[in-house]
Design a protein around this ligand. Structure first.
Ligand code: HEC
Length: 462
């Protein structure tokens, strides 16, 4: 995929002392110390206390507690001392939910509360997709009674104390099982379907894998719509092409077609050989939600050359003891070239020139200035495991800057499509502001191995 050639690059490093972060970490540790005195568990008093004790503690706190990567990525700690304060009246972190003005819990309004949407596994319930259903990593949601109990608590104003919901609704023990209908393939001639299916994720484990698929297209393809769907348990499905501009090892090689390449060995360590192609990937499409349906504006299409191939990547997390089946499919809908008025391209704005000294956080700011009018349709980002935060800003020629994208999870970069495209005029820039925490004893730079780092803005533009 070609990079937009007309962006020029400027970069600046900013380092932060490790000390400041250490003291924050210590304060957090102090705040969560102290177990409750022993003895028999008292019956919780009040609706919220019951939700906390019987739903949140058994099903959510294993992930949503101070110090876990899940808590950092979701910015949500649900242990008893912080749960209420972090839920009620607080803006959502999830990008689409925040854009829709959803609070985590909006008193009296379950339909405007992200907590309710994350817990309701009802098919077709969501007008937009707000990320993974909770509790993540299982195939079963809360019971119908528990969901209804939470809904009524919100509708009653979500008070911290007091009994506001009749506990008999909890008696409905029917579970919300994850329903999954695999994506039907496009009609003949309308497009192609790609997939990774029928692999198992053993109990309490995670599995991330790649499969390289040849599309078998004799002629170039013009893709106008991308649909993606994953069986529950994954919140990450990406399609990659390869950067043809990089011709040295390992980018001169392509993975074997149709072979499953796990990125972890059976002992959990990373498989560096299987990770090598990651150095040469260029984003083609991606979903961080169970269902994605991206359409380019009328007349706009993404081009794939003849004999194209895509590397498919999924990541499943299975918190239940039972094995979980994995499956993910993508439909690429295509049109005749005659119907295409503008060819969209994959944005690939990378900075390879940064240095991350050992044992400290470093923030690098890189501005990509455009010299032609550019319409940006979607943005996503790419960094490796030391990356903590990837922010994208739009800097106008007059110097004003607006943040348009933030990602806190290197493995699951959000894919943000703009309902109203972002138009950059000549002189405007996309600016990446990336923070890494180099916890190693070595200086880390840009590089192609899993221990090196990356700093790339991906997206679609024309
Ligand atoms: C296996 C780990 C895990 C478990 C268990 C889990 N979560 Fe989450 N949760 C996450 C991750 C990771 C995210 C961020 C990704 C996303 O939103 O899809 C998240 C996001 C959320 C959010 C959205 C926060 C925001 O502002 O965007 C809510 C609300 C939430 N979880 C509630 C819960 C509740 C309630 C439970 C228990 C019923 C639960 N979670 C169980 C990992 C988990």
């Amino acid at each position: 995929m070609p990079t937009l050639q007309f962006f020029s690059l400027a970069t600046r490093n900013r380092r932060m002392p490790m000390q400041a972060f250490t003291s924050v970490a210590l304060a957090l540790l102090a705040a969560c110390g102290g177990d409750a005195p022993g003895g028999a568990e008292p019956e919780p008093v009040g609706t919220f206390a019951r939700i906390q004790k019987t739903i949140i503690e058994p099903q959510c706190v294993s992930c949503h507690r101070t110090g876990t990567s899940d808590a950092r990525n979701s910015q949500l700690v649900l242990s008893a001392d912080s749960s209420y304060a972090q839920l009620v009246g607080i803006a959502s972190r999830q990008t689409l939910a925040r854009a829709d003005g959803m609070l985590r819990v909006k008193p009296f309004r379950a339909d405007s509360s992200l907590l309710y949407h994350k817990l309701a596994w009802v098919p077709g319930h969501h007008s937009r997709d707000y990320g993974t259903l909770m509790p993540m990593g299982t195939t079963r949601g809360l019971s119908m009674g528990q969901l209804e109990y939470v809904r009524r608590w919100i509708e009653a104003g979500a008070p911290r104390t007091g009994d506001v919901v009749d506990t008999t609704v909890l008696a409905d023990a029917r579970t919300q099982a994850a329903t999954f209908t695999p994506l039907g393939a496009p009609a003949a001639g309308a497009g192609i379907q790609l997939g990774v299916d029928s692999f198992a994720v053993t109990g309490t484990s995670e599995r991330e894998l790649f499969v390289y698929r040849n599309l078998g297209n004799a002629n170039e393809l013009f893709v106008t719509r991308i649909q993606m769907r994953m069986r529950p348990g994954s919140h990450h499905f990406l399609l990659y092409t390869f950067d043809d501009a990089r011709s040295t090892f390992p980018c001169n090689l392509r993975p074997p077609a149709n072979a499953v390449r796990d990125i972890r060995n059976t002992d959990g360590s990373l498989n560096t050989v299987n990770m090598l192609p990651m150095a040469c990937h260029v984003f083609f499409a991606g979903a961080m939600t169970p269902d994605l349906d991206f359409r380019f504006p009328p007349g706009v299409a993404l081009r794939l050359p003849p004999n194209a191939a895509l590397d498919l990547n999924v990541h499943y997390v299975n918190r239940s003891p039972a094995p979980l089946p994995g499956q993910a499919n993508a439909n690429l809908y295509t049109v005749d070239k005659a119907q295409v008025t503008r060819v969209a391209r994959t944005l690939n704005l990378g900075n390879t020139n940064f240095t991350l000294p050992p044992r400290q956080r470093t923030t690098v700011r890189t501005a990509f200035t455009t010299n032609v009018r550019t319409t940006v349709l979607a943005l996503t980002s790419h960094m490796h495991s030391l990356g903590e935060k990837f922010e994208i800003r739009v800097r106008r020629a007059n110097g004003t800057e607006t943040s348009v994208y933030t990602n806190l999870d290197w493995e699951h970069p959000e894919f943000l499509s703009f309902d109203t495209p972002l138009v950059l005029e000549p002189g405007d820039a996309l600016v990446s502001v990336v923070t890494w925490n180099n916890v190693t004893d070595k200086t880390v730079t840009f590089g192609l191995s899993a221990n090196d780092e990356m700093n790339i803005i991906f997206g679609y533009a024309y």
